[in-house]
Ligand binder design. Sequence first.
Ligand code: ME8
Length: 507
Amino acid sequence: MKNKFYVTTPLYYVNAEPHIGSIYTTVLADVLASYHRMKGEDVFFLTGTDEHGQKVQQAAEKNNISPQEHCDKYSKQFREIWKEIDLRNDDFICTTEKRHERIVKKILMDLYEKGEIYKGKYEGWYSIAEELFITQKEYEEGKYREVKKISEVNYYFKMSKYQEKLIKHIEENPDFIQPENRRNEVLGFLKQPLRDLCISRPKTRLSWGIELPFDKDYVTYVWFDALINYISAIKYSIDDENFQRYWPAVHLIGKDILTTHCVYWPTMLMAAGIELPKTIFAHGWWMSEGKKMSKSLGNFIDLDTVREYFENVGDNAFKYFLMKNGPLFGDSDFSKERFYRVYNSDLANDFGNMINRIFKLIDKYFDSKIPEKMNLGKNEKTLQNNSDILIEDIFSLLENFRIDEMLNKIISYLGSINKYLEDEEPWKIAKSDLDKTGTILYSALASLRVAAGLLYPVMSSKMNDFLTVLNNGDKAETLLKWSELKSGTKIGKIKALFPRFDMKKIS
Ligand code: ME8
C-alpha cells in the first residue's frame, strides 16, 4: 500500500481577506503536498474557511447582508487566490456546509450520550472580541479585548479529565507537536490544571452557529465546530474507507492557535475515541519591515500588496521567497528590499542566466538540439552523483519540514552547475572540440533539469515553462532523474524566466 500524506491548513476566518500569513501557511501545505506526491504517496490537501461566530454575525449585520452572504463573499476570495497562484488543494471546506454540520452534530450527540458533555453555570470574564471565557488571571494580565463579566448557563466538555493522557501522549510522541519549542510551550501550559471547555453559546446572544443537537436554545462554540472540519472533510463516520485512507493528518498552523489545536482538539478526539493527528506543526509569525504587521502602522501585507509583487516578478518568485525565508521555526521579517535582493541573486542570476547561457550555446553549436553525451569525465560524474544525493537530501529534509534548507540545497546545487560551466568553459572549447562541448552542455542541462524538477513544487508554472521547452516529455510532478534527459530533441524558445529586477524601482 502507498504511504499516505494528509495535510491541512487552518480554516481561515471570513472576517478578513487573505494576506501574507494565510498565504504562507497555505503555500507551505501545497509545497509539502507536492513533494509527497513526487515521492509517489497518496496525498490529500485540505483548506477552507471558518464561518460561524459572533464576528461574522456582526459584520453581516453591519453590511446589511445575511451572514451566509457575508461568508460566501469572503470565502470566494480565498478560493480565488489559491487558484490564481496554482495551489492544488484537493478540497475546500466551509464550516457552514451541510456535510460538515451533520458530523459536528453527530460528534456532539455521541459525546453527550457518553456523558462527556454536561450543563453548568458560568460566572466570570468573557472576551467578546476573542469569543473566549477567560480566567481572573488572564483578565488581570489585560491580554484580551472587550472583556465583560457574564453569568450564563452553558454546556461543558470534560476536557480536564484528559490532561494526564494528553501529557503522556505528547511526551511519548516527539513528532506529535513540532517544532520542539512549540511542544515545550504546550507542555508548559499543561502544568496548570486544565479546565473543562465551554462548548456552547446561548442563541439569545449568538444565533450564527451550529445548533446543539440536544438543546435547540444553544449553538456550538466556534472552535469546537471548526476543528471538526479536519475529519468531516474526509467523511468521518460516513465513509470509513475514505476516512481510514487519509487520517491521521498533519496539521499546519500558526503559533497563535497552538492551544486550540494541541489541547482542545486532541482531547476532543480522545473523548470521541478517534486516533490523534500525526503531527501538529506550528510555524512562527511573519513580521513586516521589522515590526508586527498592522493596518494602522501601514506595514500590513494584504492581498493588494502581494499582488504588486506578483505583477513585478510573478507569483512563483513570491512563493519561492516565502518558502525560503519563512517563519518555520521562529518569526521572519518580510522586507521589500530583501525580497527583491533574494529574487535577483537566486532566481535572476543563478537560475535565469544559466538557462540563457546554455540555450544560446546549444542553439549556436547544435542547431538547438540537445547534444549527445560522450564520455563522462570526473566532473560530469560528480554532477550526476550529486543530483542523486540532492534528491535523497531533499526527501529526508522533507520529513522534518525543512523547506528552507531544501531550497538552500537546490540553490547551492545550481551554484555548482554554474561553477562547472565556468571551469569547463564550453564557449571556448566549442571552437576546437564539439564532442566535449556537447558533453558539457548535456551535463549542465541534465543537472539543471533535475534542479527544475525539484523546484517544481514551489514554482510550478515557471518550472513547467522550462521543462516544456526541453521537449523531453517530462511530467513535472514526477521525480526527474539526471540520465533521463534525451539527446537529439530540439529545444523550444524560452522567454526570460526571471528577468532581473531593477532595485532602483524600490520606493
Ligand atoms: O485562527 N504570519 O483563523 P485566522 C504567519 N479560524 N501566519 C499567519 C499570520 C502571520 N503574521 N497571520 C495569520 C483562525 N497567519 C481560525 C482557525 S482552524 C480549525 C480555525 C496564519 O483567519 C496562520 O496560519 O485567524 C494562523 O494560524 C492563521 O493564519 C490564522 O487564521
